[in-house]
Design a protein around this ligand. Structure first.
Ligand SMILES: N[C@@H](CCC(=O)N[C@@H](CS)C(=O)NCC(=O)O)C(=O)O
Length: 163
């Protein structure tokens, strides 16, 4: 999404994560997960690291991914870290729960995380469309990437999470 927004050309290589290719294992031997950004002979792994790399490597191409102001950058990093840590772990915990009690606990944790994120979004966007204002940035793509999973979980009646 950020490569598109910056207008950078790239090749997307679909991976089967249930049958990992030699390519994936070679370029992400540590976590063996997608996504990996292969830039020339450099491999960049982990979604948030990739976003920061794109921002720092092509600062003058397209809109910034992180806010320019250091304090706003720190806040965007803080809340995006919260998505990656709290929201995702709580949400995945719902799917992995083996008892109704454990599932209810993870649903409550997910609701609490979403409520905090909603408050932070409202405050930081200050009436604009996105976390950092008028354009999609670090926080927005990270949260946006989770929404399809959350909606899919709702569709298969795992839990009602978003209104
Ligand atoms: N923290 C990683 C998580 C990446 C991740 O979980 N990727 C999944 C697909 S969405 C994957 O490759 N799963 C394969 C596996 O867990 O073995 C990131 O943000 O890049």
């Amino acid at each position: 999404m950020i490569l598109e927004q910056k207008g950078l050309s790239y090749e997307y290589i679909e991976q089967d994560v249930f049958n990992k290719s030699e390519l994936l294992l070679k370029h992400n031997p540590i976590y063996k997960k997608v996504p990996v950004l292969i830039h020339g002979d450099q491999d960049i792994c982990e979604s948030l690291v990739i976003l920061q790399y794109i921002d720092e490597n092509w600062p003058m191409t397209g809109p910034p991914v992180l806010p320019v102001d250091p304090y706003e950058r720190a806040i965007a990093r803080f809340w995006t870290g919260y998505i990656d840590d709290k929201l995702l772990n709580s949400f995945i915990g719902i799917l992995k729960a083996t008892t109704e009690e454990a599932k209810a606990e993870k649903i409550a944790d997910t609701h609490a995380a979403l409520e905090l994120l909603e408050g932070a979004s409202k405050k930081c966007s200050a009436g604009k469309d996105f976390f950092g204002g008028d354009i999609i940035g670090y926080f927005d793509v990270t949260l946006g990437s989770c929404l399809a999973w959350i909606k899919a979980a709702e569709r298969i009646s795992v839990a009602k999470l978003l209104d």
